[in-house]
Design a protein around this ligand. Structure first.
Ligand code: MG
Length: 300
């Protein structure tokens, strides 16, 4: 099977040998934060250093949706279908309302500014979970160099009450995150200090209580080569993670099942398209897509 690396025979049932890895567009600076809008049959994706968000659809191809975008990174939809955005420049999590007004949902914790919210997910109870590493404010390339006021952390926001809570604090830069299909587990990438090769880089797994409290946080899987930036979970609970050589599929017990190989490093991805079976891949400067034989978890 060209273009795949099979580590466990179970991987064969999850991919399609006759589905090509397609290039949807190239020449972007650095793609990140893809989110699928099934009702609009389109994808939104950040072209981060270009300070813009792109829109892709099968019929319309790629166009600019938002520029400037506040150096948008991660995206998600809330339970009402509104677009949630992590903004590096504004150091905030925002929401686009149905009348196109932008609401700042979180910009400070404990009276201090957030660092640069990076990736985001909305749980079925409406709570919004996001990572807040320092990457977006440690260079001018992805939003602007500014001093951090807070340690990096994982946050849980209840938009109903406005309560912002630190969900987990013992991180050297949390990054991508995703719940298991039953939401009993939360996977969070820890991607370490970008200027220190020796700092921790692995996916951690937390148990999630009904009240949203986390426990555990042990190492679930170490992606090699590169690291797990963003990832998504399929209906069977497999993780589809970014890596330096493509997309890695990791079983719920932490085993690497196989890889979809890409010509350039992958930063993030999401399921979308018909039945959520198409994987949209941010491969550095190129937006790629491939049909799989699995389906993304209903919650994006
Ligand atoms: Mg990220």
């Amino acid at each position: 099977m060209d273009g795949f690396e099979i580590r466990n025979p179970r991987f064969r049932a999850l991919v399609l040998p006759n589905a090509p890895l397609e290039t949807l567009g190239t020449g972007y600076r650095w793609l990140e934060g893809p989110v699928w809008f099934a009702d609009q049959d389109c994808l939104y994706v950040s072209d981060l250093p270009n300070d813009r968000v792109l829109r892709w659809s099968e019929a319309g191809g790629l166009s600019v949706f938002q520029q400037p975008s506040g150096f948008a990174n991660g995206h998600a939809r809330d339970r009402q279908g509104r677009l949630l955005t992590c903004s590096h420049r504004d150091r905030a999590v925002t929401r686009i309302e149905f009348d196109a007004a932008v609401t700042v949902l979180a910009s400070h914790f404990d009276g201090k500014r957030l660092n640069a919210p990076n990736d985001i997910v909305c749980k079925s109870d409406g709570t919004i979970w996001f990572s807040d590493p320092v990457y977006g404010i440690s260079t001018d390339y992805e939003g602007g160099k500014q001093p951090p006021q807070l340690p990096s952390a994982l946050y849980r926001l209840d938009p109903a009450s406005g309560e912002l809570r630190v969900a987990a604090a013992d991180f050297v830069n949390p990054n991508g995150l995703a719940f298991s299909p039953d939401e009993r587990l939360l996977y969070v990438a820890e991607t370490g200090d970008q200027f220190d090769e020796a700092s921790p880089r692995f996916i951690r797994r937390f148990a999630v209580r009904d009240d949203g409290a986390l426990s555990g946080g042990e190492c679930f899987h170490r992606v090699e080569p590169g690291n797990a930036d963003g990832f998504r979970v399929d209906e069977q609970g497999n993780l589809w993670s970014s890596a330096a050589d493509g997309v890695h599929c990791i079983s719920p017990d932490g085993e690497l099942l196989g890889k979809i190989l890409t010509p350039s490093l992958v930063s993030n991805l999401c399921f979308g398209g018909r039945n959520r079976s198409r994987l949209f891949v941010c491969a550095s400067h190129t937006l790629m897509a491939i049909y799989t034989n699995t389906r993304g978890c209903v919650r994006p």
